[in-house]
Design a protein around this ligand. Structure first.
Ligand SMILES: NC(=O)c1ccc[n+]([C@@H]2O[C@H](COP(=O)([O-])OP(=O)(O)OC[C@H]3O[C@@H](n4cnc5c(N)ncnc54)[C@H](O)[C@@H]3O)[C@@H](O)[C@H]2O)c1
Length: 185
């Protein structure tokens, strides 16, 4: 856990100059929009289950079919790859081990950006290199989607950057969108 905390603080330090930091806590969810989920490991699995528990339709994928079983039994639709997730959902959470996985899941041959819809909200909660987050944000922006770098630590979400950089009103609306689809109790 110490390493995880260190990682988060490193990210915050890197972004301090040019982004707003928003510390997000649990909040009532107001809509039941389909949510895409990529990465059903130690962290992603309970997050996806939480969405299902609160009545959100979930479409998900993981490279290991055995990690998809539990959420599938709870009602999630399991698809073959991240592009298919993007084809079915315009709010997507990714929870992946490291930077190369995130690059692959967003920009690979079967990546999210192959099928992403304009206006989609892409929330990456993996703890990764901030430079990679910026690259993914730029790539998402080219497709008309919004990428948020939102690592987690200690049951909290840290929104460290967002692209395209929205004005205040937009930032609040996007943060609100984020809060309506996630819940960390
Ligand atoms: N585990 C913790 O306590 C903890 C706490 C805070 C932050 N984090 C961070 O959260 C992130 C996720 O951690 P975790 O413990 O859930 O990792 P994990 O390895 O348990 O889960 C990651 C999942 O992503 C899947 N994956 C990898 N590449 C994929 C691809 N191309 N397509 C689909 N699925 C793919 C893996 O199969 C795996 O199931 C990491 O960046 C970690 O540093 C972890």
């Amino acid at each position: 856990m110490a390493a995880v905390l260190k990682g988060s603080f490193y990210l915050l330090g890197r972004y301090r100059k040019h982004v707003d930091l928003v510390h997000v806590s649990a909040r009532h969810m107001s809509s039941k929009t389909q949510v895409g989920f990529v990465g059903l490991g130690n962290m992603g699995n309970p997050m996806a289950k939480n969405l299902l528990k609160h009545g959100y339709p979930v479409v998900a994928t993981d490279v290991f079919p055995e990690f998809c079983k539990e959420v599938q039994e709870l009602g999630a639709q399991i698809v073959d790859n991240p592009a298919e997730v993007a084809d079915k959902a315009d709010r997507i959470i990714t929870m992946l081990p490291s930077s190369p996985n995130v690059i692959d899941v967003y920009t690979g041959p079967n990546g999210i950006l192959k099928k992403v819809k304009k206006g989609s909200l892409l929330i990456d909660s993996s703890t990764i290199d901030p430079a990679v987050s910026k690259e993914m944000a730029a790539a998402a922006e080219k497709q008309g989607a919004v990428f948020m770098d939102a690592p987690v630590s200690g049951g909290k979400v840290f929104l460290t950057s967002c692209s395209p950089s929205p004005g205040d009103g937009q930032r609040v609306r996007r943060l609100d969108q984020y809060l309506t689809i996630t819940k960390y109790d």
